[in-house]
Design a protein. Sequence first.
Length: 503
Amino acid sequence: MATFGAVDIGSNSVRMKIGRLTGRGFVTVHEDREVTRLGGTVFRSGMLEPQSMASTINALQRFHRATQKFGTTAVRVVATSAMREARNAKAFGDWVRSATGWKIEVITGLEEGRLIHLGVMAGTRLLAKRVLLIDLGGGSCELTFSVGGQIQEMASLPLGAVRLTEEFLPHDPPKAKELHRLRAYITEEIHRIERRVLAKRVQATIATGGTAATLATLAAKRKGGASQASAAAIRRIAEEVAECDLEDRRTMQGLGPRRAEIITAGAAVYAGLMIHGIKGFRYSPLGVRDGLLAQMAADLGGERAIQKRIQSQRERALVTHGNHYNVDARYAETVRDLAATLFTKLKPVHQLPPAYEQWLTAAAMLQEVGSFVNRGGRHRHAYYLIANSEIFGYTTEQRRIIAAIARYVGNSRPTVDDRPIKVLPAEDRELVQKAVMLLRLARALNQSRNGIVRSVAARVQGGRVTLALKAKRPGPDLEIWALEKEAPYFQSVFGRELVAIGV
C-alpha cells in the first residue's frame, strides 16, 4: 500500500503526518509536531528570525528521517501565512531544500482553507449538510462555508493568534487599551466578510487548529465534558484569559505553556466569530495535513469519492474564472471536449501522464481570458492571468503548467528559452509542448466556433496520424484547413505526418 507524508509549516508550529492508504482510506502511522513560532517576528519586521528558522529546520530534519523510516511514496511540504509574507522566505526555502531535499509550496489562504475542508470532509461523517469550518492558525484565520461537502464561500483573514499577539498585546497581562484595540480590529476584519460567510443558515460549525483544541478542552472542563464548545463558554474563557498574566494562564488545566502565550488573542477571535446565530463549535483534530494526504491519494488514482469532489471543485472554479473574464463558455467547453477526445485517441503518440488531461482541459477552458485585457497580446495576457490568479483547487505549479499550455495557441510556439517554459520543473518542459500541440489541434477542430465537428476518429500508422472528422452539414472544410496549417508543427513535436479528412 502507498504511504504518503504531509508537512505543514505554520506560523506557530510545524506538523507532520504519515498515512498509509488502505481499502478503507488512510491509516495514520506516524505524527509529529513542534512549536517553532516561525511567524513570531514576520508580522512586525517582515522577516523570519534566524532562531525560529533554525528550530524549524531541526524539526523538518527529524520529520525527514521519519519519512525515510516509514518508506513514504511521496511527501508534500506546504507553508502558510508566515512564509507568504516574509521577505526572506526564499532564503529559508533554499535552506530547507539543502537540509532535507524538500521543496516548500507556499500556499495561499484560500488554498489552505480548501485543504483543511478536504481533510475534514474526508475524515468526518457529518449529518449536517450546511457546515461552517473555522481554522485559526498563527498568522491567519480561514473560514469556509460548504453545502453537501461542496465549498460555497471562503475567506482568509489576517487574524492569526501569533500575528495579533505580536501586534496588539505587548504587555502581560494586556492593558485595557490594548484589548480594546485588539477587539476593535477583530470586529472590523470579521465585518468585511460576515454577510458573505457567517450570515448563512449554518447547521454545524467545526473548528480546527491548536487554539480551537484548547478552547474546546477548557469549555469541556466547565461543562462536564460537553462535545461542543458553546458561544457563551468561549466568551467567558476569552474574558478570563485576558485578565490573567502568563504565569496564571500556564497553571490553567488544559492550557499548554506555549499556547498560553497566544491564547488571549486566539480566544478573542473565536469570541468575535460567535455572531449570526453561531452557537459554538465542535473541535476536529483534522487539518491541512489530512487534506494534503487526501489530495495525494486522489492525484494517484485512489480515494475515488475524494477524487470526484476535487474534480467538481476544479470544474466549478474554471467556469467561475472564465465567466469573470467574459469567456464564451460554449466555445470553451467545445474545445475542452475536443481536447479530451484527442488526449484519449492520441495516447500512443503523445504518451503524456494521465494528470495532463486535467491541465490540458483546464487550459482549453481558460485560453481566451486574455482577451478581457486586450485582444492584442491576448495570449500573453492569458498566461499572466492564469499563472497569477487564485484558481480553486490548483497549486501554483499546476497553474503555471496550465498557463503555459494556454500561452502558445496563437502564432508563437514554445521554446526552451521562453520564461513560461523555463519556470516549469525540468520534467514538465517537454510535456507541456506536447500538450500545447493537442490544444492547438482542438482549437483547429472548432475553427468555425460553431461546434461543427461531431466526432473525431484517429488512426496511427507508422509515421502518419490521420484524423477523420465527422461533422454537421456543410462539411468541415475550415477545420481541415486549420488542421493542415498545424501539420508542420505536429511533425516537429511528434515526428509524424498529420493528415485530416472529412467522413
